[in-house]
Write a protein that binds this ligand. Structure first.
Ligand SMILES: *Cc1c(COP(=O)(O)O)cnc(C)c1O
Length: 365
């Protein structure tokens, strides 16, 4: 292989989806599969749907168009707040929109009316994580204006935690969301069908039985794709953590000093890295680098390899204790975390090899 590549094991993704969907179903929670970290990869979405997710969510319109273009018929949720400049496109292509700005809702309303359509909207509430959402104190006045807009159906509330501020989804936070829903229903005579309370950070709360019964929807990406809940990044029972693996080729394998030789200044990225004196080490150079992924987010499968660093095009490993087993031209494999996976999926230099039944599928991406 002249390029680094990802293997994407679709059966493992399907299995993980089935595990997560099963758990959520036991607690009355429907799961929407989140594909954004895979750039809306159609085969990944299909594997999630085979595993039982009821619909697909992505943060980018391009990805939703890609999925629809691949002929995947399901309901689509746009996860990122729609831009005021893009309301027409959203009404055309999206079934459920998450919203927090009244001017954008007004834009969606006009666009929906022009098309004689109704857009389902979940109002995004910020329970303290400080990314998107209406602050709880402002929610009732917001709804008062929103209910007047034709073409908009306020079908529920949603919140997103553990993404920006790292706030943990607790029973108190979820009760607060449910309580806000009750107030809105009472005050405006609405029925809120959906309380979308969780992403992959909510699995422990769900499994422990601490999720209030009214919370009936979750938007799950990482737990299905990488098999981890996201408050402690614990591997989730009965899921695979290696549905995605990175493979790269050894280009050079040489014994060299552990500390650079000569007067030193900044490296290629403006940093002044430190080096530990360990005598000579066997160093392996691989054909993958910062242009392709977040090097801090990958872990060699082989426990006797250590990542020393990377430039845009090279990954440098200490292979001293594995040197007898490695040759130039060999492929080495790595686990990826969410951040590394996001970058690798986005890099056109990293090829994507789909596996089904453990063997390669015909088409790539
Ligand atoms: C990314 C995202 C999710 C999915 O989060 P995971 O941690 O991957 O489960 C859910 N909701 C929103 C709004 C998101 O942006």
């Amino acid at each position: 292989m002249s390029h680094p590549y990802l293997t994407i094991d679709l059966d493992k993704i399907e299995h993980n989806a089935r595990t997560i969907v099963g758990l959520c179903r036991e607690h009355g929670i429907e799961v929407t599969g989140v594909t954004k970290v895979t750039c809306g990869h159609p085969e990944v979405a299909k594997a999630m749907l085979r595993g039982g997710v009821s619909s697909i969510a992505d943060s980018r319109m391009e990805n939703i168009h890609r999925l629809k273009g691949a002929g995947i018929h399901t309901s689509y949720m746009l996860l990122r707040l729609p831009p005021l400049s893009g309301v027409e496109e959203v009404v055309d292509a999206v079934d459920v929109s998450l919203n927090s700005e009244i001017s954008v809702l007004a834009g969606l309303s006009e666009a929906a009316c022009r098309r004689d359509r109704i857009v389902d909207v979940l109002l995004m509430v910020d329970l303290g994580d400080l990314r998107e959402g209406i602050w709880p104190d402002d929610l009732l006045p917001f709804v008062k204006e929103a209910v007047e807009l034709p073409g908009i159906r306020i079908s529920g509330l949603a919140t997103n935690l553990a993404c920006f501020g790292g706030v943990v989804p607790s029973e108190e936070k979820m009760n607060q969301l449910v309580e806000l829903a009750r107030e809105i229903e009472k005050k405006f005579g609405l029925t809120l069908k959906w309380i979308s309370g969780a992403n992959s950070s909510g699995l422990e709360l769900i499994a422990s039985g601490g999720m209030p019964r009214r919370v009936n929807h979750a938007r799950i990406g990482e737990a299905i794709l990488l098999g981890r809940e996201t408050t402690h990044r614990r591997a989730w029972p009965n899921t695979f953590q290696d549905a995605f693996l990175l493979h790269a080729e050894v280009l050079e394998l040489k014994e060299k000093p552990s500390v650079p030789v000569g007067v030193r200044s900044e490296d290629a990225f403006g940093k002044l890295p430190t080096f530990e004196e360990q005598g000579n080490v066997k160093r392996a150079l691989l054909n993958v680098g910062r242009e392709d992924l977040d090097v801090e987010g990958i872990t060699p499968l082989a426990p006797n390899l250590t990542i020393l660093g990377a430039s845009s095009g090279y990954l440098v490993l200490d292979a001293t204790s594995a040197a007898d087993d490695i040759r130039v031209g060999d492929e080495l494999s790595f686990y990826l975390n969410y951040s590394a996976l996001l970058a690798a999926m986005t890099s056109e230099y990293v090829k994507k090899h789909l596996l089904r039944g453990g063997v390669p599928m015909e088409q790539g991406m």
